[in-house]
Design a protein around this ligand. Structure first.
Ligand code: NOJ
Length: 732
């Protein structure tokens, strides 16, 4: 570096010195531009209104859809080489469950209960997105705990339990950004964005973009913990949510964005609004005045404006004395800090490697397959129908709308993902591979969900398809049925008032069962959310819930059907029996009365259809007695819990041990039980392992509406997966 090199351009200088130096050189207009995110490329989310904005080289960020590294670099070159200060643009994109290699959707990832797989696949996503797309920043992970499967975006999160979501959030952040600040500085690590901050998932009635009524306690108990974990793991950006929290929209919420996030958690990165979130303050009847929208958002702690360009009024507001320059500087500092930290000034350009060379590497596809294998959940297996022995089968009927519909495995955020046979082989293709000696008879059975999905597909039926399916079922030894949601029936703005199967699929099950007589009917059900089809499911012998598991989906499904892989997915979200049972989730609070609190029209069946943690295996696991003893030394741990788990069946398998805690009496009412930890273990037949948990004081504490944690002496019950439990006392 020469003598004249400004501090901000010198990578040896501390980040804070570089930030201060650069800020001191910027004009008001340049500062305001750093707080804008514009668009380049074709938008793939039809809900994201608007289109390409004209490019301004001093802009802080671009949300680019389809350009790739080459296009990005061309624009970046103008920003870096043809502007006064040469500040690189940070390029964002929704890399949600893969860039080109498609992984299981987040909800399915959570069902693997292997956060290490999420870390791995997030790492791959970052590498592909950077080398192929020139993406520095992904709008992922979505870490919102959700209790209502009618909300289409449950597919994007890690389910209903905050502890599970915390573990997967941490894994995703580490996968994208690396474990240390030094790692993050290297090319190929991209910034994570925790979203949507906070409480969007509580949308009333599961309707997207709706009002949320969140008590202070629920905020701390359910919605904030995954964000806190993500910040602790090093996430450097957050996206504010569309909803409002206790009457104040998230984008203008000083309590969440500054008091909690910055003052309590020490976050020093930046917050971007969600698409149009600043101008939406008008729709929320908060303010129709762009000046108020900008001032309140910035003063609350929301630093960057995604896509709606309201923040272009910053210079005029400062000049008019309506917005302080200190507020603007603070936001600009945060954006610049992240750019320096991630090494963007040192490597502003992405590699221009051909897609074929940077994506779909064998090890990436292997990761996709590994994740799919562990995400699928076996919900039903009457009389050990599964696994199937392909050698004994002469004729196999493949019936249903999804056999040749690859999009069903890709899901909502798969815009750049190819859904052709080469990349995402269909279930039909894989069935041919796995049943080589059997005659396969294929029938669609009912209308397939269209790409645009929804109403017309849900309502459609086709008598000829139904008849042909029945005939195929009558002629086969075993019937494999594909059912469930299409690839775009869950996701953003894909809320549904009912989460049953479409009537045509229910009709198909009935027709196939009638024609099949006693022969096994096995369903492979796709979905981006729990579907409630208890009644229709009664006549099925086995149900494998295959979610939307990406490129490994069809291979993994066939491996599980034929016993090459023992299913080990467990539900990260409860399946209700009917939509009227919603909300039903693992850590619900205790009712005041039992018995009469139940729905009178389902007297025998008041629990969920399949609870959180549910999932069958081809082997059996037996739990020994659980012991809880005081921890050996004074420290974070208060007790040590131990349990042995044995594989008493005939096949190697994996079991997830869920640790549930019940606090029997407290000054604030408590859930019936709550998850405090989980651990997935692998066991050979006949093998026994001891699983230990350090029960920390933090785990025994509950949170109040002001965020403070309370540890009260008293009695607790700890349970391991609901199979064995022990009562213990925390003394005063
Ligand atoms: C709106 C969505 O709510 C958000 O999750 C996404 O990251 C942005 N659009 C950008 O596409």
């Amino acid at each position: 570096m020469t003598q004249e090199t400004p501090i901000y351009k010198d990578p040896k200088q501390p980040v804070e010195a570089r930030v201060r130096d650069l800020l001191s050189r910027m004009t008001l207009e340049e500062k305001a531009d750093q707080l804008l995110q514009g668009l380049i490329g074709k938008d793939v989310n039809p809900n994201n209104l608007g289109g390409e904005n004209s490019f301004r080289p001093t802009i802080g960020s671009i949300l680019s859809y389809s350009g790739g590294s080459k296009a990005r670099n061309a624009f970046q070159r103008i920003a870096v080489e043809n502007t006064r200060l040469g500040i690189p643009i940070i390029w964002g994109y929704d890399v949600i469950h893969g860039w080109r290699t498609c992984f299981p959707v987040s909800l399915a990832q959570a069902c693997s209960f292997r956060p290490e797989l999420t870390e791995k696949l997030s790492r791959v996503s970052a590498l592909e997105a950077w080398t192929d797309g020139g993406v520095d920043w992904t709008f992922s992970p979505m870490v919102e705990v959700a209790h209502d499967p009618r909300w289409g975006r449950v597919v994007e999160g890690y389910g209903e339990d905050p502890v599970t979501a915390q573990a997967f959030t941490t894994a995703a952040v580490v996968g994208y950004q690396g474990k240390t600040p030094e790692e993050w500085k290297q090319p190929g690590y991209i910034a994570a964005c925790l979203k949507h901050f906070v409480g969007y998932s509580a949308s009333e009635g599961g309707r997207d973009y709706h009002y949320t009524d969140i008590s202070p306690r629920a905020l701390w108990e359910y919605y904030l913990p995954p964000f806190e974990a993500g910040v602790a793991a090093g996430a450097r950006t957050l996206m504010s949510s569309f909803n409002d929290i206790c009457g104040t929209p998230a984008v203008a919420n000083h309590y969440t964005e500054t008091e909690i996030l910055r003052n309590q958690w020490g976050f020093t990165g930046f917050i971007v609004s969600d698409w149009g979130g600043v101008s939406q303050l008008k729709a929320q009847r908060y303010s129709s005045d762009p000046a108020v929208q900008t001032v309140h958002s910035l003063e609350a702690g929301n630093d960057m404006d995604m896509a709606d360009f309201v923040f272009t009024n910053i210079p005029e507001l400062v000049k008019a004395g309506k917005l302080s320059i200190a507020t603007v500087d603070l936001a600009v500092e945060r954006v610049l800090r992240v750019k320096f930290e991630m090494g963007l000034f040192e490597h502003p350009y992405a590699p221009e490697v051909p897609t074929e060379e940077s994506c779909w590497k064998p090890e990436y596809l292997e990761t996709a397959l590994a994740a799919a294998r562990e995400a699928m959940v076996l919900l039903k297996n009457e009389k050990q129908t599964l696994p199937l022995a392909p050698s004994g089968l002469k004729r196999v009927a493949l019936i249903g709308p999804h056999w040749k519909n690859n999009l069903v495995h890709i899901g909502w955020w798969g815009a750049l993902v190819k859904d052709d046979e080469k990349h995402a082989p269909s279930l039909f293709t894989k069935a041919q591979e796995f049943f080589p000696d059997a005659e396969l008879v294929y029938e669609q059975g009912c209308p397939a969900p269209s790409v645009k999905s929804n109403l017309e597909t849900l309502a459609a039926r086709d008598e000829a398809l139904l008849q042909a399916a029945a005939a195929a079922a009558a002629s086969a030894d075993v019937i494999l049925l594909t059912l469930g949601e299409g690839g775009h029936q869950s996701g953003e703005y894909k809320s549904r008032r009912d989460i049953a199967l479409p009537p045509c699929q229910e009709e198909l099950i009935a027709a196939v069962r009638k024609a099949a007589g006693d022969k096994p009917v096995i369903a492979l059900v796709s979905g981006g959310r729990p579907l409630a089809f208890q009644d229709a499911a009664r006549s099925l012998d086995a149900i494998l819930y295959i979610w939307q598991c990406g490129y490994g989906a069809s291979q993994a499904a066939m491996e599980i059907l034929t016993g090459k892989v023992n299913p080990s997915g467990r539900l990260a979200m409860t399946f209700p029996r009917t939509v009227g049972q919603i909300p039903v989730y693992v850590n619900q609070h205790h009712p005041a009365r039992f018995g009469l609190n139940e729905y009178q029209d389902i007297p025998e069946e008041n629990g969920p259809w399949f609870p959180f943690g549910y999932g069958l295996s081809y082997t059996e696991f037996t739990y020994g007695d659980l012991s809880v003893t005081p921890a050996a030394s004074e420290g974070a741990a208060a007790f040590t819990a131990k349990v042995t788990v044995s594989n008493t069946g005939k096949m190697a398998g994996s079991e997830t041990v869920f640790w549930y805690l019940s606090d029997l009496e407290a000054s604030l009412t408590q859930p019936l039980k709550r998850v405090i930890a989980f651990r997935k273990i692998d066991l050979q037949p006949g093998e026994t392992r001891e699983v230990t948990l350090s029960v920390t004081r933090d785990m025994l504490s509950y949170v109040r509406g002001d965020g403070s944690k309370v540890l009260e002496p008293g009695d607790f019950i700890l349970s391991a997966s609901g199979k064995t439990e022990a009562k213990f006392t925390l003394n005063a």
